[in-house]
Design a protein around this ligand. Structure first.
Ligand code: K1U
Ligand code: ZN
Length: 207
């Protein structure tokens, strides 16, 4: 069956910004109480797992809450504002996000997230990626997206996001399909970033 195309979000509509989110049905420890042995190694480009399409999380998968917990610890420690399971070598459709990592922890855990609508209006912002350390580029994406996902208890959620949360949701859902932020820039810029990354990682290994 052909994948469902996202519907187009009308410009200027009401978009959820801020407000208290309650998307976690299973308590997640605060980042301060997490121990370092929960941390997972983050894969770097060109690891082929970063280019592999992840599989949906099966209903009732008992391992997923533990993986989400460790991914959150890893994301806060990095630090980052998001992390997708393939970045830690787990090829399942699981994402964690906290776009305000310096404030009180406000983590989102998204099981099987999907973009169900995207605005025609585009927005450009600088992005980085924990799998391409120290590489940054301006990325243009739909300004607003509507995303649907399940939480760890199986409850369905939907959000319309803009700004940093919109970019982060799109960046993380891309990871689940083996897509990286450098795929959204020109071939010239992409090759430059990938060569620079390879050189820096080589130098680090030789240190
Ligand atoms: O998926 C990832 O590799 C995480 C990535 C997410 C992201 C960054 C920028 C735009 C969209 C998505 C990062 O978190 S890179 C680090 C970063 O942006 C950051 C780290 C600490 C404080 C604030 C931002
Ligand atoms: Zn990334």
């Amino acid at each position: 069956m052909a994948p469902r195309r996202p519907t187009i979000l009308a410009g200027g509509g009401a978009v959820a910004r801020g407000g208290k989110r309650r998307y976690l049905s299973v308590p997640v420890q605060s980042r301060r109480s997490m121990t370092d042995n929960a941390l997972l190694p983050i894969l770097f480009v060109p690891d082929p797992r970063l280019r592999t399409k992840a599989k949906p999380v099966a209903a009732g998968d008992a391992q997923i809450a533990a993986l989400a917990e460790r991914m959150l610890a890893t994301m806060y420690k990095a630090p980052g504002i998001g992390l997708a399971a393939p970045q830690v070598g787990e090829l399942v459709r699981l994402v964690v996000i906290d776009v305000h990592p310096d404030d009180k922890p406000d983590p989102m855990v998204l099981v099987n997230p999907a973009i169900i609508a995207a605005s025609k209006e585009l927005a450009t912002r600088e992005e980085g990626c924990l799998s391409l350390p120290n590489q940054f580029a301006d990325v243009t994406r739909p300004a607003r997206v509507k995303v649907r996902w399940h939480d760890l208890a199986g409850a369905k959620h939907e959000i319309e996001a803009d700004g940093l949360l919109s970019a982060c949701l799109q960046h993380e859902i891309d990871h689940l399909d083996g897509v990286l932020f450098v795929d959204h820039v020109s071939a010239l810029k992409r090759n430059m970033l990938l060569r620079k990354l390879a050189k820096e990682l080589r130098a680090q290994r030789e240190e």
